[in-house]
Design a protein around this ligand. Structure first.
Ligand SMILES: [Zn+2]
Ligand SMILES: [Zn+2]
Ligand SMILES: [Zn+2]
Length: 435
């Protein structure tokens, strides 16, 4: 099958990808395995380092005691990619380098390994941006520390590497530049619930430019990245994704893009700032306390202090929050955190109440199908189902399906799971009406 995308120079943006043919909404545009990837350190004990599946019990590599696998099959398949990494990991135990250092090392091993075939990539490692000339002094210091760590980590394998790496261009050999390239171009690999599980490099897709209202989304199936169209796309139209969260004010989004990705977004949405008014609806004096409470609430969430988080959120929402419209961005954030906390505490009735409040707001903010919206609907649907609000659950699952079938495709486990849930609801409704 001919690829539906090609590399081109996008006016004002540099390199980009565009459609070579007409692409329909929901169509799979591109799919690829990473050139290199690794499980996040914080999930190292919960996720298979080969297939990225979450499991209760995993088999541990007896040598580095760090890598973990579903079973012997995953371990065997992972060995060619893990062999050299395993030596490096052992040399630093009990210390484990950060995700970006481990990813950079895996990238080096992948590039040097003759079995790896990366010739089909549209974008070479040499071309990857490092943005080293434009980063702040403080950020550069952080990168230098990572580069030193990378050298230390690779020491065990270094005598060979130095000789082997001479085949690579200097910008890919020099640790600082390599680390900068990796941190600028890596993708966060997430699971079905959109929780981060790892990081990976997908060189061709690093060419995708950002738009605050993109025409494509990325979804993962294990470590495989799938790019799908969320709108109909014409031949020669540029393909875009969003690098940032959809739910952010224009000013905040632009600042994040400048700090993290070193460019100023000039998309249509930034130009019109059309959602800002809605996000800040209600008088400023009414929503200010919610905005100011957010950093503390996020801190509680990061600590998994669910009890205190739920108490704080529910107090805020039942006092100052009463006068703030549901559409307000800060109120939505607090409501979402209340939902998270009540789910963790098993307070299902409370959770469903918060969840249902967010749904009409999500619908307003996500005019195109988006995984975040689909997952939120699915989450609320599961709560309604659990509480035997069967008709509500079926309705919510149906809405989720309209989104998920576009963003994830028909053969994704999320879609299959959703279809099964809908079937369960229908069976339960039949049983109910016949008894
Ligand atoms: Zn596995
Ligand atoms: Zn190992
Ligand atoms: Zn924009």
């Amino acid at each position: 099958m001919a690829p539906k995308l090609e590399r081109f120079v996008s006016p004002g943006k540099g390199n980009g990808l565009r459609a070579t043919a007409r692409i329909k909404r929901g169509e799979l545009v591109y799919s690829c395995e990473p050139l290199a990837c690794c499980v996040s350190n914080k999930l190292s004990r919960e996720v298979c380092h080969h297939c990225f599946t979450r499991r209760e019990t995993l088999l541990r590599c007896s040598q580095c005691k760090t890598a973990r696998y579903c079973n012997i099959t995953c371990q065997r398949q992972a060995w060619s990619g893990h062999k050299r990494e395993c030596k490096c990991l052992r040399s630093l135990l009990p210390r484990i380098p950060t995700d970006s250092v481990r990813l950079a090392a895996r990238l080096i091993f992948a590039v040097l390994s003759p079995s790896q075939n990366s010739s089909e990539e549209l974008y070479t490692l040499e071309e990857h941006e490092s943005h080293l000339s434009s980063v702040s002094e403080q950020k550069k210091q952080g990168l230098s520390q990572l580069a030193s760590m990378l050298e230390l980590y690779l020491q065990q394998e270094a005598p060979d590497l130095v000789r082997e790496m001479t085949s690579l261009p200097p910008s890919c050999r020099e640790p600082l530049s390599l680390i900068a390239k990796v941190t600028c171009n890596c993708f966060t690999i997430s699971d079905g619930e959109l929780q981060e599980i790892g990081v990976g490099l997908y060189p061709s897709l690093s060419l995708l430019n950002h738009d605050c209202r993109p025409n494509c989304v990325m979804v993962f199936k294990g470590t495989k990245l799938q790019l799908r169209a969320v709108r109909d796309i014409n031949p020669e139209e540029e393909l875009t994704i969003s690098y940032i969260e959809t739910l952010s004010l224009t000013e905040d989004g632009q600042k994040q893009l400048e700090d993290q990705y070193h460019f100023t977004c000039r998309c249509q949405r930034c130009d019109s700032q059309d959602k800002d008014g809605l996000m800040l609806s209600g008088g400023e004096s009414t929503w200010r306390p919610l905005k100011e409470a957010l950093p503390r609430l996020e801190g509680l969430k990061a600590e998994s202090n669910w009890q205190t988080l739920l108490e704080s959120c529910s107090r805020l929402l039942s006092t100052v929050g009463c006068d703030v419209p549901e559409e307000n961005l800060y109120k939505l954030r607090v409501t979402d955190m209340a939902l998270d906390a009540s789910v963790h505490l098993g307070h299902w009735e409370e959770a469903v109440g918060y969840g249902e409040k967010t749904l009409p707001v999500y619908r307003q903010y996500y005019p195109d199908p988006h995984p975040v919206h689909g997952v939120q609907l699915m989450r609320v649907g599961k709560l309604q189902h659990y509480l035997v609000h069967i008709e509500d659950a079926l309705e919510t699952f149906k809405q989720a399906y309209q989104i998920i079938k576009v963003t994830h495709g028909d053969d994704h486990p999320m879609t299959t799971d959703l279809l099964m849930k809908m079937e369960e609801c229908r069976t339960e409704m039949d049983q109910h009406s016949s008894s």
